[in-house]
Design a protein around this ligand. Structure first.
Ligand SMILES: NC(=O)c1ccc[n+]([C@@H]2O[C@H](COP(=O)([O-])OP(=O)(O)OC[C@H]3O[C@@H](n4cnc5c(N)ncnc54)[C@H](O)[C@@H]3O)[C@@H](O)[C@H]2O)c1
Length: 350
């Protein structure tokens, strides 16, 4: 990598895909889960704030910053559930990792693919602590951009190899079936959410809709199930009927953000919730009985992106999948910024 601090490594979508394929998707998912777990173990060392959201009728644009005092990271991410009708992604993202000491960016990267990977890695990490022992069957309701990543993470980290897919758009399920063919899954495409949850140990809901939807009703969730609720992640955008929440043990990433954005926005602000880092560090129990319904109320938190950015930084020197971006003005004399402009003018005129 360049020793010149004004040159910032940039990881394009093309380079991110090459990096992920060179390492292997399963390996990246397990590595990311390990980085996230490591950062969740040192929860107290991070600045934490609910993400800064700008809502519109069409969707949301969010900034997700955090720092551990040495590194600073942020992600720009959008969520526009109707985008796919125009051929656009529901979620796109990019992010920056910076050095706290100088304030200089250390890398700029695409994060659309990285977000799908880190979201799936976080879900599977949570499920390692919360899903019933020996879980092998997962329902995935919502078979869009995130779905295959979720499936692969649960296979890599928990050994889940039977999938029951449902989407209101059958072409999404067919796409998912096609993409996962030959990857070691036994897959059933289902005609309804009700059919999808039959026999499932884990239910992943990962739909996109800008409303309080009811993807799961109370009668669809039997005892002992783990629910990985990924799609409800904005005020007024939830997936589960409130009654399910009332009989679940609820686990969140960062409660102040989840109270605004997660399924628990449907509950009073003092409803008990356990944060995942507390389970990971052994300060709170995860799953404690076979009959318990556990709910990971995922919304996506900045530390997960920070971990993902750290991971990518660590992989750059060996893989070389980046280009050098002339991002920062770098006059020879730091205070002579205007002089640099004048010299450029003179050079252009010569
Ligand atoms: N928690 C997190 O960290 C996190 C991270 C990324 C994305 N998300 C959220 O996950 C959701 C899915 O993201 P995506 O990129 O896969 O979106 P996407 O638009 O690619 O896919 C969503 C799918 O849900 C389906 N769907 C919508 N309503 C449904 C219903 N009632 N029943 C069944 N299927 C339904 C759609 O047909 C579509 O195929 C979004 O809401 C997004 O905001 C959360």
């Amino acid at each position: 990598m360049s020793a010149r601090l004004n040159i910032v490594p940039f990881i394009s979508v093309d380079h991110m895909m090459k990096l992920v394929l060179a390492i292997g998707v399963d390996r990246v998912l397990t590595d990311l889960a390990a980085y996230i777990e490591e950062d969740f173990r040192r929860w107290d060392s991070f600045d934490k704030t609910p993400r800064v959201a700008s809502h519109s009728e069409a969707g949301v644009i969010e900034l997700m910053p955090t720092s551990d005092g040495r590194l600073y990271g942020f992600k720009y991410v959008n969520g526009h559930p109707r985008n796919t009708r125009q051929g656009l992604q529901t979620v796109t993202a990019f992010g920056v990792l910076a050095d706290v000491g100088s304030g200089y960016p250390m890398l700029l990267t695409e994060m659309t693919i990285l977000t799908a990977l880190r979201t799936a890695a976080t879900s599977a990490l949570a499920a390692q602590y919360l899903a019933p022992k020996g879980a092998r069957t997962m329902a995935i309701i919502g078979n869009g951009a995130q779905a295959e990543f979720q499936a692969l993470a649960f296979k890599a980290l928990l050994g889940v190899d039977r999938l029951r897919l449902f989407d209101i758009d059958a072409s999404a399920s067919r796409k998912c079936l096609r993409n996962l063919a030959g990857l070691g899954f036994d897959i059933t495409v289902c005609a309804s959410g009700q059919e999808a949850v039959e026999g499932a140990d884990i239910i992943t809901t990962v739909t996109a809709d800008k409303q309080n939807a009811t993807i799961l009703t109370d009668n669809m969730v039997g005892t002992g199930i783990h629910i990985n609720a990924v799609g409800g992640d904005c005020p007024g955008k939830t997936e589960l009927h409130r009654d399910i929440l009332l009989r679940s043990d609820i686990f969140a990433e960062y409660t102040p953000q989840t109270r605004i954005e997660g399924e628990i926005q449907q509950l009073p602000p003092d409803h008990p919730v356990t944060e995942l880092w507390q389970v990971i560090t052994g300060q709170a129990p995860g799953r404690s009985s076979a009959s318990q319904v556990t709910l990971f109320d995922s919304v996506g938190f900045a530390i997960e992106d920070f971990s993902a950015l750290r991971y990518i930084r660590d992989k750059l020197p060996a893989t070389g999948f980046f280009e050098e971006l002339d991002l920062l003005a770098d006059p020879d004399e730091p205070r002579d910024l205007f002089g640099m402009l004048l010299r450029a003018k003179a050079a252009a005129a010569a």
